[in-house]
Design a protein around this ligand. Structure first.
Ligand code: GDP
Ligand code: IMO
Ligand code: MG
Length: 423
């Protein structure tokens, strides 16, 4: 058996949570391979709405194991208090969740460092979710981080204090007093106490070598789906650096983030919205600053699932999408939020850019300036959620398929689990 992959092809928030939940009945295991609580994956079912940050989106289906892989970084406070406790009345998480002992821990001081780093950047802010993502991955690569498996060691508290002291020295050297900084609207020490309590609780979960668990499952013929977080255009290697996240969001991240060999990768489901959004700073050539942008934001409910920030909105950008499909080896496309485009007279799709006086359709190194989108104009449709798709929506789909040379197999026309059109 092989591991199928589902990931976002844009700047995140494509609707990964919804589609993982839809596809979960076809799989035995759902596994997150990168990112952390910067992610916000929304699921809507049975009239309920749930936002997951670290827990894989297969958690609400019976008979499915959910794995948090070694490539993920975990904040015990968020995982226990803001996720598990929120959904404990709907499902029993503990029996279905397996956590890699090698996944790194986000300490309270990682979050302070994130804040201090962003503040120091002044007008060049990344627009980080301030969940401690950058500092935690930095410590992992610097070989000073703490891992989930360390929670079970007798000297965990000494290791914790040692790393905390390193962070405090860093924070002080940048001119901040950590004791005056707040986390979740709490004084640092109060938050730290709750973090420690959550860390103790986390230590009682299934903590194991998930790379063995997953590879054994494959040998036994089990079906695994890897769930991406963020989006391909936020990848630390290929995104619009430095306006990126700190992990590999592309398909290659599945190999290092779960311990899956490249020849064990199966299908790759690439998700994109029928338009574009981005939250946080960085280049966005098709961004709309006018009423149309506002219309997309309001109709699409484009406000961050994790931070509540308004998302920047714009027309679909095909050269960026093609770049993502190339990097990820996408085998089938899933188009999200087609319903948000219902009722527009005409729709624009970017097929190239004018850049430094030339027409280009590859993403240049200096994509942060002088990128004038070249648009095709297509006719809109009234209503997407119908028995037969409107012809103009079919034309929109065909236009995208021809440009990308890939098939769209599913069109999502609403936030609920059941609002899907299979092609
Ligand atoms: P993720 O991070 O990729 O899982 O996406 P988010 O959950 O952050 O953002 C997607 C938002 O769009 C959520 O509020 C979803 O409930 C919602 N959503 C997902 N699919 C659709 C759809 O087809 N139509 C509409 N209108 N909303 C959708
Ligand atoms: P999901 O999984 C959208 C963005 C942030 C910021 C940049 C770096 O829900 O699609 P970080 O906190 O990682 O240091 O922020 O990346 N970002 C996301 N944008 N969806 C996400 O996750 C994101 N996770 C991070 O807004 O621009
Ligand atoms: Mg999201």
């Amino acid at each position: 058996m092989k591991v199928d992959v589902l990931l976002g092809l844009q700047w995140g928030d494509e609707g990964k949570g919804k589609i993982v939940d839809v596809l979960t009945p076809n799989y035995d295991i759902i596994a997150r391979f990168q990112g952390g609580p910067n992610a916000g994956h929304t699921l809507n079912f049975d009239g309920k709405k749930v936002v997951l940050h670290t827990i894989p989106s297969g958690i609400f289906r019976e008979n499915t194991l959910n794995v948090i892989g070694n490539g993920v970084i975990i904040d015990p406070f968020i995982l226990i208090n803001e996720e598990i406790n929120q959904i404990s009345s709907i499902t029993d998480v503990k029996s279905k969740l397996y956590i890699s002992q090698k996944a790194h821990l986000i300490l309270p001081t990682h979050r302070l460092l994130d804040y201090v780093n962003e503040t120091k950047r002044g007008s060049n802010k990344i627009g980080s979710t301030l969940k401690g993502i950058g500092p935690t991955y930095t410590d992992k690569v610097s070989r000073v981080g703490l891992r989930v498996g360390d929670l079970l060691l007798p000297d965990f508290q000494e290791r914790y204090q040692h790393l905390k002291n390193l962070h405090i020295a860093q924070i002080q050297s940048m001119g901040f007093d950590y004791k005056t900084l707040q986390l979740n609207n709490m004084p640092f020490e109060e938050y730290e106490r709750l973090w420690q309590k959550a860390a103790k609780e986390l230590a009682t979960y299934h903590i194991c070598a998930t790379e063995y668990l997953l590879n054994k499952a494959l040998q036994e013929g089990k079906k695994i789906l890897a769930e991406g977080a963020q989006g391909t255009l936020l990848d630390v290697e290929f995104g619009s650096y430095p306006f990126v996240t700190s992990s590999n969001t592309v398909t290659a991240g599945v190999c290092s983030g779960l311990g899956i060999a490249p020849n064990k990768i199966g299908k790759v489901f690439g998700l994109f919205k029928a338009y574009c959004t981005r939250v946080g700073a960085g280049p966005f050539p098709t961004e709309l600053f006018d009423e149309t942008g506002e219309q997309l934001r309001q109709k699409g409910g484009e406000f961050g699932s994790t931070t509540g920030r308004p998302r920047r909105c714009g027309w679909l950008d095909l050269p960026h999408l093609k770049y993502a499909c190339m990097l990820d080896g996408v085998s089938e496309l899933i188009m999200m939020k087609a319903d948000v485009l219902d009722g527009f007279n005409e729709l624009k799709i970017c097929t190239a850019y004018q850049h430094n006086g030339q027409i280009i359709n590859e993403i240049p190194y200096d994509a942060d300036h002088d990128m004038q989108p070249q648009y095709e104009i297509l006719k809109g449709w009234d209503q997407s959620n119908t028995q037969t798709l409107p012809q103009t929506l079919k034309d929109y789909i065909t236009f995208i398929e021809n440009y990308l040379n890939l098939k769209i197999t599913l069109v999502s026309v609403g936030a609920d689990r059941n609002q899907n059109i299979y092609l």
